[in-house]
Design a protein around this ligand. Structure first.
Ligand code: FA5
Length: 368
């Protein structure tokens, strides 16, 4: 900026006190107009520094270029005018600071004002997934019967997933087509994603002395192609009870109690013979179709039979006790393994298992 304050008075043609007045008046006018044009703190600081800055402010320039070199005849008048200008600038700069701060506060207040007439912001609260709710339901029922809840690893060894459950080497379930095997470094022991929660039968019996009453909720994995009732990852709850005097009647009573608690007292149940290497005898357990009330006729869900298959179960095969150092002559027990996803689908009338894993809130909201 080419201000007069940077030039000596002699260069500006000022040689008498009278000629000072218009010069100072012009500077004051320039200050006033600059000062009026600022409206925020950053610009205010620029104004303050430009005028009052110790080294290069306009007033410092006037002191250096006008006052100091002034002739004795001019000096008192320059000094008086400069003091008056300084007082004006200092007062105005301070006044502008106060005005700008007050205006900023006003703006903030207006912005932050709470309008109680506006509708509130509703933040959706989280809920438990329908599968978690089903797990809890099942846990509640079995805890009331004196069972403990235990959990186990999803990455298993073939020993726990198959061998110790009396599933021999050649059993088709051990095929690559059905089981996810982990890619292991050369020479490392084989690992797999557990295909059922049954390995926890073995791990529990290894660690606990009988009597044992446990349920095992958890994820399991199979190389099944996804469709309405199959997923490659799904959930099971394993159950195991071992004691000295357990019979098939205890087993039946326990399962029937569970089904009535879970589906309601109208549900009817039945056993069908089945086969699992780790139970003997083995059964499939059916519940009367909750969609048609067990009538069957014309019902697509139970395909007209009136029954829906629920889960596999049976009395623990004595061969299994041999793997965990339990005495098969003294002990009896039963075990079951339920598919939780299908149980939830049945209870809540969900027609596609994939809906459980797609995380569509429109679906999830239906189960608050
Ligand atoms: C077993 O997994 C046995 N471990 C159950 C068992 C435990 C029997 C203890 C005896 C004693 P199964 O392969 O039938 O059995 O599977 C059990 C349940 O898992 C099935 O009834 C079904 O509800 C569910 N299931 C099986 N495959 C899938 C899949 N791909 N997607 C969803 N659910 C499945």
């Amino acid at each position: 900026m080419n201000f007069s304050s940077t030039k000596p008075l002699s260069e500006l043609g000022v040689d008498s006190p009278e000629k000072l007045a218009p010069l100072f008046a012009e500077i004051r006018e320039r200050f006033d107009s600059e000062s009026a044009a600022i409206h925020n703190e950053a610009r205010w600081k620029e104004l303050r520094d430009a005028w009052l800055g110790r080294k290069s402010g306009v007033l410092a320039d006037i002191t250096a270029n006008w006052l100091k070199p002034a002739t004795p005849a001019l000096k008192p008048a320059v000094g008086a005018a400069l003091n008056e200008l300084r007082a004006h600038v200092e007062a105005a700069v301070e006044a502008r600071r106060a005005e700008i701060a007050a205006a900023a506060e006003q703006t903030a207040l207006a912005r932050e004002r709470v309008d109680f007439s506006l509708p509130g912001i509703q933040k959706p609260g989280g809920t438990h997934h329908i599968l978690r709710q089903t797990f809890r339901d099942i846990e509640r029922i079995f805890l009331a019967m004196g069972y403990h809840v235990v959990e186990g690893p999803e990455i298993e060894t073939p020993y726990y997933n198959f061998e110790a459950l009396n599933i021999p080497e050649f059993h088709p379930a051990r095929d690559n087509m059905d089981t996810f095997y982990m890619a292991m470094p050369k020479g490392a022991p084989q690992k797999l994603l557990r295909t059922h929660t049954s390995p926890m039968q073995i791990r529990t019996m290894e660690q606990r002395k009988p009597p044992v009453r446990i349920i095992v909720p958890g994820k399991v994995y199979r190389r099944d192609n996804p469709d309405a009732t199959h997923s490659f990852m799904f959930h099971q709850v394993e159950g195991l009870a071992v004691d000295e005097d357990l019979t098939f009647r205890d087993f039946k009573g326990t399962i029937e109690y569970f089904v009535h608690e879970f589906f309601g007292s109208d549900a009817r149940t039945r056993f069908r013979p089945s086969f699992f290497p780790f139970t003997e005898p083995s059964v499939e357990f059916d519940v009367s179709c909750i969609f048609c009330g067990g009538k069957g006729t014309g019902c697509g869900k139970c395909k007209g039979s009136g029954w829906i298959e629920l889960f596999g179960a049976g009395m623990v095969n004595p061969a299994v006790y041999g793997f965990v150092n339990y005495d098969p002559k003294k002990l009896n027990g039963f075990a079951f393994g339920m598919g939780i996803d299908r149980l939830a689908m049945l209870k809540y009338g969900i027609s596609d298992i994939q809906a459980l894993f797609q995380n569509d809130v429109r679906f999830l909201r239906q189960f608050p």
